[in-house]
Every structure is written in C-alpha cells, then in structure tokens.
Design a protein. Structure first.
Length: 266
C-alpha cells in the first residue's frame, strides 16, 4: 500500500536497501548471484587502492622536495591526506560505475530471481551457462551506455567550477543529486527492461514516485559512502529495487504500457 505523504515515502524508500539484507538472508537461493558480484567488487576495490597509492607515491611524492624542517613533515602528511581522499573518491565511482558494469550479468539474474521469490514475474528454469553468456553481452552493452551518460553528466557539472564561489558550492550538491539519480536508474533498470519499458517510461514512473525513489537512491548513496559496507551496495541495490517497485502501482500488476513500450507492443 502506497504511503500518503512524500516524507513518509522518502523515509520508506531510504530503508529499502538496508532492510533488503534481511530479505537476502532468508533466501539462500540468492547467495550464488551475490557472492560473485561481491568478489568482483572486492577486486575493484583492491586494484583501485593499490594502483591509486602506487601512482601517488611514484608520481607525486617523488617530485616533492624533502627536508628535515617541520613544515616539510606537515606538507607530507597533508599530501597523504589528499591522496587518501582521492583514492576514496575513485573507489566511490568505481563501485557506482565499473562495479555495476562487471557485475551486470549477475545482477540481471539476481533481479529476476528476487522478483520470482516475491511472487511476480521471474524465471523458473535453472541457471544455464550458454544463455547466461549470450545475455551477458547485451546487458553489459546497456550498462556501458548508462555509465557513459553518467560520466558525461559529471563532466558537464565540472564546468560549474568556472563560476566563482557559487559554482564551487553547487558542484558537490548537484553531483550528489546526479549520482543518486543514476543509482535509481541503474538498479531499477532491470525490472523495467523485463517489463518491456524504455527509458521514457522508466523516467516517468520514477518522477511520479519521486519521494520514494529519491529516498531509495539516497540510501544507496549512503551505503556507497560507508567503507567496506559498500561491497554489498550492488546486491542490496538490485534486491531493494525489485522490492521497491513491487510497491509501485504502475508496476505492481505488470505495468501499464506507455511511450516506448507501446511502440514495441504495437
């Protein structure tokens, strides 16, 4: 049942990624499709941290003059802090973008399995390698397009720095909003694709349920910002999106075709 106030919808949406952990724990059938993306995320994390600090030590610290004076020590610690912040930012975006790309074939199956467990549409047939490999290429191509749009938006937002003071203040806010929107589009996309709904339909439904979707995206954003907990962001986002959309009237009974979907159906 849909909540009546935007604030209550926002709070409900925010908790969906977190309480999806309890749903996953009750359904061991989902574990194989969570463990593999987890390993992928862990590998991304290790590679980004290793090469990030290696690049910093080789290219930055090696070019800085050293001395015994106290201010050199302060400078070195300050630059080390900057390196840690930069690596954390890289980790954040690698999880939001690269991790989703590499794990996308497993996410599709995880999303479909979750929907089946909820009593909606889903697959009854067991996992098969050949169909999985065939579908993986198409899924990853879709992910590349999404990530390309996300990165393009981030590059455009960089031009805000050309505006003195105001641009510097607006950039963190708007980049966070853009990332939250990307996370919502990313993790709800699997369900919309199975319904035959295109980007226009997805955008309309998300905006009609803006408070609920905004809370969901912010919840994912917070998980990404928590060290080590971010490893679980992708599976919790996929499972949470299916559970969330099962409460949306437009999709609860199989979705009302409009826009792109009507053209495909005609």
């Amino acid at each position: 049942m849909r909540l009546t106030t935007p604030v209550m919808n926002f709070v409900k949406g925010f908790w969906y990624p977190f309480n999806s952990f309890l749903f996953v724990r009750k359904h061991p059938d989902l574990y194989p499709f969570i463990i593999l993306p987890f390993i992928i995320n862990l590998a991304c994390f290790c590679l980004v941290v290793y090469f990030g600090f290696d690049f910093y030590l080789d290219q930055v610290m090696a070019r800085i003059p050293h001395g015994d004076a106290w201010y050199w020590l302060i400078l070195n610690y300050f630059l080390l802090l900057i390196a840690i912040i930069v690596v954390l930012v890289l980790v954040f975006f690698s999880f939001a973008a690269v991790g989703s790309l590499l794990a996308s074939p497993f996410n599709e199956i995880l999303s479909e399995k979750t929907e089946h467990l909820l009593g909606g549409r889903g697959m009854d047939e067991p996992f098969a390698l050949v169909p999985f490999v065939r579908a993986a290429g198409k899924t990853m191509l879709t992910e590349v397009k999404k990530i390309g749009a996300f990165l393009l938006g981030m590059v455009i937002l960089l031009f805000l720095h050309l505006l003195p003071f105001i641009g510097t203040l607006l950039y963190p806010l708007l980049s966070a909003v853009w990332t939250i929107f990307f996370l919502v589009m990313e993790y709800t996309g699997y369900v919309f694709a199975r319904r035959g709904l295109g980007f226009a339909d997805q955008r309309q439904i998300i905006f009609r349920n803006a408070a609920l979707m905004g809370g969901f995206g912010l919840g994912l954003f917070c998980i990404l910002a928590i060290p080590f907990v971010q490893f679980f962001c992708i599976p919790l986002g996929v499972v949470g999106a299916v559970r969330l959309l099962s409460q949306v009237p437009e999709l609860g009974d199989g979705a009302v075709l409009s826009g792109d979907a009507k053209r495909k159906a005609s």
